[in-house]
Ligand binder design. Structure first.
Ligand SMILES: Cc1cc2nc3c(=O)[nH]c(=O)nc-3n(C[C@H](O)[C@H](O)[C@H](O)COP(=O)(O)OP(=O)(O)OC[C@H]3O[C@@H](n4cnc5c(N)ncnc54)[C@H](O)[C@@H]3O)c2cc1C
Length: 415
């Protein structure tokens, strides 16, 4: 029987970062996945390390935007009609969490975790010899209407309070940063403190390689084989069974399938998203991710091409892909930036694992000694992977956590 100090289930950016943070603290770690590291949700994101985040994504407050979504004409959000009844409790909780006062509360609560996001990536990237993937050009948010830009007041006031740098720009100012953008927008905000990576899959793989360098092992196995044996947690892998006193469930959107049979039923929602890579026309290029706020898409320069990512689709995780948002937003995206032909024949789809209060769960699993949870990172899994791993590793090793873990506890859903 192979034994180790900790087993981490799920080799997405969250699980891989957690395994690495544990190994850096001297623990023996087995990272278990049924696929290769970073090949699920963590493969397809926009690559933004969004440590400057202030407000989480919110339920639309403008009637026009809501009506557009309800009529399924919006590029920024879509839904499967049959998914609305099961998603209704989550949507109600999301609506409640989107009240202006709650958004400000959330912004204050999550700040310490987000403040560590980029420094932890920088550290892990440097140790993994992968700093070449990191761009420190910030990101650029574009506003097509004066109304949308005017709504930024509370966010910018909090940025001032938190000491987060930003620059409001007119179209010419934005085009000085990104000369190939067409002036189809009226305002822009540059957040220079954000960073991005040119290949999220390669980053997770680099963290996984660093883990093995530190003595950790990566094993192929099904997380659902987890069980108690001889007072420890045991998992079956292709290399045989392995057990440990501590196990971390970092299964992203797949976590409920492991946890529900254990009686851990936390209200995780799914926001599906798509991406497609495009070649640029002529010599057009982008230096940083650019977000068209009202249309909810991002153009992110990647090694594979310009990655066009979509906003949220409310649908069951396992329902067939319906990338209608890509069709809706492509004309606007092409008017903004000269996209040439797509690189792939079909878009990629992934599922953001989201709690309605926009906070992940990081901490102990109630009622299961030795079982820890690290999932539900929604729009920010890439951003928060290494900071999550550090927080959890500190909790698991009895060190003083760098921030208060209470807001991320599973217990918050008992109320
Ligand atoms: C379109 C889009 C754009 C995004 N843009 C950004 C962005 O710019 N910045 C940002 O910070 N975040 C972004 N995100 C969010 C981010 O990608 C996710 O939050 C993050 O990838 C979640 O990581 P994870 O490790 O929790 O989950 P995953 O990457 O899904 O990892 C879970 C792992 O568990 C494994 N697994 C599942 N079930 C089992 C099982 N039974 N047995 C063994 N293994 C199993 C899977 O194979 C997988 O490797 C975006 C998401 C989308 C969809």
């Amino acid at each position: 029987m192979a034994r180790t100090d900790a087993i981490v289930l799920g080799a997405g950016i969250v699980g891989t970062s957690t395994a690495l943070q544990l190994a850096r603290r001297g623990l023996g770690v087995a990272l278990v996945d049924r696929r290769g590291p970073g090949e699920e949700t963590s493969y397809g994101n926009a690559g933004i390390i969004e440590g400057n985040t202030i407000f989480p994504p919110a339920f639309p407050s403008r009637l026009k935007a809501l009506a557009r979504i309800a009529l399924r004409r919006a590029p920024e959000a879509s839904y499967h009609l049959g998914h609305l009844p099961p998603a209704a409790p989550w949507l109600m909780a999301f609506f409640a969490a989107s009240r202006p006062r709650r958004l400000v509360e959330t912004a204050r609560i999550i700040r310490p975790l987000f403040a560590r996001a980029l420094p932890e990536h920088e550290l892990l990237l440097a140790e993994a010899g992968a700093s070449g993937y990191l761009r420190r050009e910030g990101w650029l948010k574009l506003y097509r209407s004066d109304a949308a830009f005017a709504g930024l007041g509370p966010e910018l006031a909090l940025a001032d309070e938190f000491g987060i740098a930003y620059r409001t720009l007119d179209p010419e100012g934005a085009r000085a940063l990104e000369p190939h953008l067409a002036p189809v927008f009226r305002h822009a905000v540059h957040w220079p403190g954000a960073a991005s990576v040119s290949n999220p899959l390669a980053v997770t793989r680099a963290y996984a390689a660093r883990l093995t360098h530190l003595g950790g092992v990566i094993l192929s196995g099904n997380a659902h084989s987890l069980h108690r044996a001889e007072g420890r947690w045991r998992i079956d892998t292709a290399a045989g069974p392995i057990d440990a006193p501590e196990v971390v469930a970092a299964l992203g959107p797949f976590a409920p399938e492991l946890l529900a049979p254990l009686g851990i039923e936390l209200p995780l929602g799914i926001k599906r998203g798509y991406h497609l890579h495009f070649r640029s026309a002529g010599n057009a290029a982008l230096s940083r991710p650019v977000v068209d706020i009202e249309n909810g898409y991002c153009l992110a320069p990647m090694e594979q091409g310009i990655r066009l990512t979509t906003g949220a689709e409310f649908a069951a995780r396992t329902a067939p892909p319906t990338p209608v948002q890509l069709d809706r937003l492509l004309p606007d995206a092409r008017a903004l930036f000269p996209l040439a032909e797509p690189v792939e024949a079909a878009p990629w789809m992934g599922c953001r694992p989201c709690f309605a209060d926009s906070r992940p769960v990081i901490g102990r699993a109630p009622g299961h000694p030795g079982l820890w949870l690290a999932y539900g990172h929604g729009h920010w899994g890439l951003t928060l992977g290494p900071a999550t791993g550090r927080l959890l590793a500190e909790m698991m090793t009895g060190a003083t956590p760098f921030c208060d873990p209470a807001p991320y506890g599973a217990e918050r859903f008992r109320h």
